[in-house]
Design a protein around this ligand. Structure first.
Ligand code: SF4
Length: 160
């Protein structure tokens, strides 16, 4: 691999216990780590903004999280800490890839639930991170696991 890559992984990719509504999709972590173990990449597991704010919870759309007092500030604080954590990579040839989660009100990079509708938009933590760090974004969709894993592997292969 000619370019150094650090993968910032949304927390639930490696720890599904913290997903909202106790949703669980079998064997994802095993398959993902199987792919990642074939490439020399740095891995950083990001904190789960929702779990670290309120613990176990039911699913809520982004507008509900926006109204929850202190949540955006919490994401902003997390983004600052994440930025500090990856500061050591400054000045290197490192590329940062954030693996986001499709439709998550906190961690999506494409669409989010707003009320009952799905609209274009990013999750609150992703917005706060992008204000501070230059990131490449690649979305993982728990409803399309094979497709998501193939995209990650294609990205890794393309780095050479
Ligand atoms: S998508 Fe983000 S907020 Fe939701 S469970 Fe995963 S890490 Fe937590």
């Amino acid at each position: 691999m000619s370019k150094e890559l650090t993968l910032l992984l949304s927390h639930c990719l490696l720890n599904q216990k913290i997903r909202a509504g106790r949703v669980y999709t079998p064997r994802i972590t095993q398959k993902l780590l199987g792919i990642l173990s074939r490439y020399p990449v740095w891995l950083e597991q990001l904190p789960c903004p929702e779990f670290s704010f309120i613990g176990e919870r039911e699913k809520k759309p982004k507008d509900a999280w926006e109204k929850l007092e202190g949540f955006r500030e919490h994401c902003s604080n997390l983004a600052e800490k994440i930025k500090e954590g990856i500061r050591k990579l400054e000045g290197t040839n490192a590329e940062l890839l954030l693996v986001t989660i499709a439709r998550s009100p906190s961690c999506s990079s494409g669409e989010v639930y707003w009320g009952k509708k799905v609209i274009q938009g990013k999750g609150i933590l992703v917005e706060e991170l992008e204000e501070r760090i230059k990131l490449n974004l690649l979305e993982f969709d728990f409803r399309r696991v094979s497709w998501s894993l193939e995209r990650i592997e294609k990205y890794l292969k393309a780095l050479g």
